[in-house]
Design a protein around this ligand. Sequence first.
Ligand code: GAL
Length: 512
Amino acid sequence: RQMYHYGNFSQNFLWGVSSSAYQIEGAWREDGKGLSIWDKFTHTPGKISEHDTGDVACNSYNKMEDDIAALKKVKVSHYRFSISWPRILPDGTTKYINQAGLNYYKKLLDSLIAANIEPQVTLYHWDLPQALQDVGGWENETIIERFKEYADVLFENLGPKVKLWITFNEPFVITVLGHVQGAHAPGLNDRPDTLPYIVGHNIIKSHAEAWHVYNDKYRASQGGLVSITVNSDWAEPRNPYKQEDYEAARNVFYLGWWAHPIFNGDYSPLVKKSVLDQSLAGGLTKSRLPEFTPEEIKRINGTYDYFGLNHYCSVLAFPVDFGTTQHFEADSDRTWLETGSVWLRMTPFGLRRLLKFIKDEYRNPPIIITENGVSENGPVDLNDVHRKYYYEKYINQVLKAYLLDDVNIIGYTAWSLLDNLEWGVGYTERFGLFYVNRTDPDLPRTPKASVSYYSSIISCNGFPDPASGPQECWNPTPTIRLIAAHFRFLRQHWDIVINWMSPESEYIIQLQ
Ligand code: GAL
């Protein structure tokens, strides 16, 4: 668990950073963009810390060059960003397609490609057009058709420039934070017993339809990959020697709710049983979890081209007696680790275990980690040692999963490029590799110390063994570069060097 591992990732490993439209774009009413549920939510008093909004955010809509320069500095091979649905379809439907919105994303894609950075595009990172929420949002099953049409517009117009797509970012957060706790838009918390399952059901079907549109109409000509990103903490039994804690850890609803229908077919027996048992305990005659028809199970099963995973931390699991309560939380065992920063605690070992779990549970799919990162709050300190530590430890666990557990991991994406609007807590929590000075109207981006650290890992494609001498890729300061160049020269031209040397140098040769 604690040991450090040296080695490299696969040759074409994808190294990236991630962002999302509402968190960085700003320009909330520019060029014909419609309103999203997050525009409405942030403008509702009391919903967001410090009354922050995404009206301006990092102004990435108008500062594309700065973002590309930042990406180049990190030396990423890919950049994950999301499309604002209401920027393309202001009322959520294809009645009117906003060309200015499409042009913005076309320009962004062209700039990325020109910088040799592969785009990975998320269709839905939480900013539903408000007009669709007004007719029920994810609760209304007509949303499936709307999402399919939206996906079609994007594949047709942007698809020639994109090889990696993600349909949904974190369906768990959409359902639970948005429709159980009400902490996220659309802020619903009045039916925690049934609403998350209805919303989740429609999201899974919408994902599947978008995947089929791509598969049927675009895959042959565009040759890209389409998948979904699910988020999961690792659930560690509080006491690994206690059967109940072990079972509680298996009964945490993160991955299976989404991944089982998509990767294995239908809701998992475990999810079905938990919701059914709790429903019956509350006197209901049937489960609150909707059922897929056999045709739907077939249509959803296999709608993935890779496994998109967001991961931040682990939780300790043990059984909690909820009695007969009819509430999502009572269906799923889950207990947060105590933590200073509310939900995020550094637990790198959990990532390796989670990756191995995905390998075993979903038949060894190619996995791209689409988010992983850590925040700070309070005074600004560009020397973000805690973030360097976090990336070092977590990425090293990913390396172990790859080299020691044979997990088919093909990419890693740090969250996030910039300090941005961190949803309900506004700008108070900062996840960025780049600090954005919000007191300067120009919103300049300044690299934190973690930028050069992460970019060293990228340049080395992993963690070089120090025993093999100083590495140019690892710490690219001019002095090290010089020493490393000499060292490399010596290694490459050893025979020549030996001939040049006097007999006394045998001692050095033996050492080598
Ligand atoms: C994820 C989300 C991101 C970001 C991150 C850090 O759940 O996808 O948008 O906010 O958490 O909290």
